[in-house]
Design a protein around this ligand. Structure first.
Ligand SMILES: Cc1cc2nc3c(=O)[nH]c(=O)nc-3n(C[C@H](O)[C@H](O)[C@H](O)COP(=O)(O)OP(=O)(O)OC[C@H]3O[C@@H](n4cnc5c(N)ncnc54)[C@H](O)[C@@H]3O)c2cc1C
Length: 380
């Protein structure tokens, strides 16, 4: 029995996305990996097709589509081997802060551009001195009349170079309780005092423009605050569940892709006079990986269904994020091993997939933090 109720429209949509990506994205992935960034034109094309922020209501130019459309875009993008065009980060992680918590004026101002691909977004929480311990961020936001003055530094910000609009976490130094001190602000690229720093050289995800950001007496309108004062931490906690679900969806799709790459290789590569697929070890390894992937797929699909029904999935999604991303890494390792020396060569897609998989257990909250969340829910 299928867990998710994909309709005929969903299936047609998946075909459309796949065909578009095969033509407009896959041929350019290598080029973007070299460049270390995805051109804005690719974002624009995604927007023109209606593949960004599909859940947003029609009154802002969106489609009012259900979450399965986001799942489809996520899975199909993973299948291209692309990491730089972080459409799901934009559509399903950052922009939901605007749709859920921004004033009507801000929604009118920003959402149409987010949908069309003219406005690329990023979320800036992590700082050089703190990542996991979010409440310890130091970036300050001090109210000054109708403005807020921001000082501080962020790092590891995905879409950091391309972004036009940031959801920024900052603290009011006058408030002692670190959880109540935090607010989220919308900061436009080009705001006085906001500078984009260097693009970080990473082990993988080469086409993703992960960057440092600097704020020096950066002045933004006070009305750019999301939600009511002191609610920043609560808003982050509310939205991080969907972020982690997206991460788990990516991990399962990545594992499926790696196995799909590896099985034909095992049929074609010969050793000792027969395809390596004929060795019992190869068969056992492939079956073990396929079993883990099916477990992950079943768990994640069930969470997608629960999420769409509005069920509380914070603890389960933390479990899924840690387990599926660790599982994807086990699959990556197994697949590289079955490729032998070629698995360690850049021209073989499994090599890139292997190094691109490693970060999944670190971002969107490390897997250790996921376990601390689940442990708390278990009363430990
Ligand atoms: C490619 C990439 C993209 C990213 N994109 C973004 C982005 O767009 N926006 C953003 O804000 N951030 C982003 N990040 C940052 C990411 O979320 C952080 O790296 C992550 O949360 C971990 O923080 P840290 O690097 O400071 O590690 P630390 O917090 O310093 O952790 C170091 C180690 O200590 C462990 N640890 C910490 N606390 C505990 C604990 N309580 N119990 C057990 N172990 C613990 C961690 O699990 C980890 O193993 C990105 C990172 C990368 C690498």
């Amino acid at each position: 029995m299928e867990i998710l109720n994909y309709t005929e429209e969903h299936r047609i949509f998946r075909e459309t996305v796949r065909r578009f990506l095969e033509k407009e994205i896959t041929p350019y992935v290598d080029q973007w990996e070299e460049a270390g960034i995805v051109p804005r034109s690719a974002w624009k094309k995604m927007g023109e097709q209606g593949f960004l922020c599909m859940d947003i209501a029609e009154e802002y130019g969106g489609l009012g589509a259900d979450f399965l459309y986001s799942v489809i875009v996520c899975e199909e993008l993973v299948r291209t081997g692309n990491t730089g065009l972080a459409a799901n980060l934009h559509s399903d992680i950052v922009v939901p802060y605007i749709t859920s918590y921004a004033s009507e004026e801000l929604k009118q101002r920003y959402l149409p551009g987010c949908i069309s691909g003219d406005t690329i977004t990023a979320v800036a929480m992590t700082e050089p001195n703190t990542g996991s311990d979010l409440a310890s961020i130091r970036t300050s936001a001090v109210e000054d009349g109708d403005h807020v003055v921001i000082n501080g530094q962020k790092t590891f910000i995905s879409n950091g170079i391309n972004c036009d609009l940031l959801v920024l976490a900052a603290k009011d130094p006058a408030v002692e309780n670190p959880y109540q001190a935090m607010d989220l602000y919308l900061v436009e690229a080009g705001a006085p005092g906001f500078e984009k720093g260097r693009k970080i050289k990473k082990v993988g995800w080469h086409s993703q423009d992960t960057a440092e950001l600097f704020f020096s007496d950066c002045r933004i309108p006070k009305k750019n605050r999301l939600g009511s004062k002191g609610q920043g931490f609560v808003m982050l906690m509310e939205k991080l569940a969907q972020e982690r679900l997206i991460c788990a969806i990516m991990a399962v799709a990545a594992a499926e892709r790696m196995l799909q790459i590896t099985i034909p290789y095992c049929h074609q590569r010969t050793a000792f006079g027969k395809p390596i697929a004929k060795f019992q070890n190869t068969q056992f390894r492939i079956v073990e990986m396929a079993t883990e992937i099916k477990l992950g797929r079943t768990f994640v699909d069930k969470l997608i269904a629960d999420h769409m029904e509005g069920k509380q999935i914070v603890s389960e999604v933390a479990m899924a994020k840690y387990w599926t991303t660790d599982m994807a890494m086990r699959v990556a390792d197994g697949c590289v091993q079955l490729h032998g020396g070629y698995g360690y060569c850049e021209e073989y897609p499994i090599a890139r997939a292997w190094r691109d998989t490693r970060v999944m257990s670190i971002f969107a909250g490390t897997n250790e933090i996921m376990k601390t969340i689940a442990a708390r829910f278990m009363g430990l």
